[in-house]
Design a protein around this ligand. Structure first.
Ligand SMILES: [Zn+2]
Length: 354
């Protein structure tokens, strides 16, 4: 039976948990942004059949936690479905017995977790608060797509094992592998992410795909299961837009900013020094930028387009590392007009850049 553990709001929560594991000692990391050493410790807690990873930033509470005892947490931040952070605005109290299911599988503490994640069934990986390694049969493969203005290849697989079927999203070199329906594959370092109300497994910068011997015990999808993915745009063929000769003629504006250092967040802009995706606060050493250009093609003049650092770098075939807006403008102005051949998507981004 679940007790009063319901969400109080989208990211602040009151929850009662039985503590099953606790870090042996206080852990630290360096916040690159503030150059401050951060201290924390981890707990694994259970309520009913739900398992949570709790990161505690309240050092004064380290001795309060004992394995097997139950605690009430108030005002904790919900980082993801099964990850909670206890911060200076949270409160912790001893509480009565919390119901837990007996045959629950406990994940290791994050510091004990292998770098690529634990080997888990697809069903468990979808609920795991940390990274996992999953193995399954490929029952559907999407066409390769290119996002981030054509610079990042993306491919989705539907992977099936004896416990569940899940969509697995791959990026970069992993997306370029030659997957075929029926292949058995092991995918490491994936974590659950909710996309369009469905929990999928998303790859990270550490993810590796390895082909395994065939397994006839896992069936391909029957029609009804297959239809579940029919309307998923990732599995539909990408329409190829016509290649155009593009001339970037003028610069309207440049925005330069700090981005999340987490590779999986792919240059997400930090808002108030926090990453909107992973809630991390560490920025990359090198800033990211976007530029609004005026451009013309053989058919149109005086058009506007916003291009990001990676795309501009791809167009002019150079690495671009700048730390100020003025440096970006000065460098780019000297290159104008910038020519390239590319396809322009209906929402005005470039891909297939040549
Ligand atoms: Zn991030």
């Amino acid at each position: 039976m679940m007790n009063n553990t319901s969400l109080q709001s989208s990211n602040v929560k009151v929850i009662q948990l039985k503590i099953m594991k606790k870090s042996d000692a206080i852990l630290t990391y360096m916040n690159n942004k503030t150059q401050k050493q951060m201290k924390y410790f981890n707990l694994i807690g259970v309520n009913g059949k739900e398992v949570y990873h709790i990161r505690v930033y309240l050092m004064s509470k380290f001795d309060m936690f004992t394995k097997g005892m139950c605690y009430k947490f108030q005002n904790v931040i919900q980082k993801s479905e099964n990850e909670l952070w206890v911060t200076s605005s949270s409160a912790v109290a001893y509480t009565g017995l919390v119901d837990t299911e007996e045959d629950i599988i406990l994940p290791p503490l994050p510091e004990e977790n292998p770098k690529d994640g634990q080997n888990l069934s697809i069903q468990s990986a979808i609920k795991s608060p940390s990274k996992s390694v999953v193995t399954g049969k490929i029952v559907k493969v999407s066409p390769i797509k290119h996002v981030q203005e054509g610079t990042l290849p993306v491919k989705s697989l539907i992977l099936k094992d004896k416990t569940a079927t899940a969509k697995v999203c791959l990026f970069g070199k992993n997306a370029e592998l030659n997957f075929e329906m029926g292949n058995m594959v092991e995918v490491s370092a994936v974590y659950p992410k909710v996309y369009c109300n469905v929990t999928q497994l998303t790859s990270t910068a550490l993810t590796k795909c390895q082909f395994l011997p065939p397994n006839d015990e896992i069936d391909l999808l029957h029609e009804e299961e297959n239809n579940q993915w029919k309307n998923d745009a990732d599995f539909q063929e990408e329409k190829v837009d016509e290649q155009e000769n593009i001339q970037l003629t003028d610069i309207i504006n440049v925005d330069i900013y700090d981005v999340c250092q987490n590779d999986a967040c792919r240059n997400k802009k930090l808002i108030n020094n926090t990453c909107p995706s992973c809630k991390g606060t560490d920025a990359k050493m090198v800033k990211y930028f976007k530029v609004i250009f005026m451009y013309q093609t053989d058919k149109k003049e005086d058009q506007k387009i916003t291009l990001f650092k990676n795309t501009i770098s791809n167009i002019i075939k150079m690495d671009l590392d700048f730390n100020s807006k003025e440096d970006v403008i000065q460098f780019l102005v000297e290159k104008l007009p910038i020519q390239c051949t590319a396809s322009i998507t209906p929402n005005n981004t470039l891909y297939n850049i040549k």
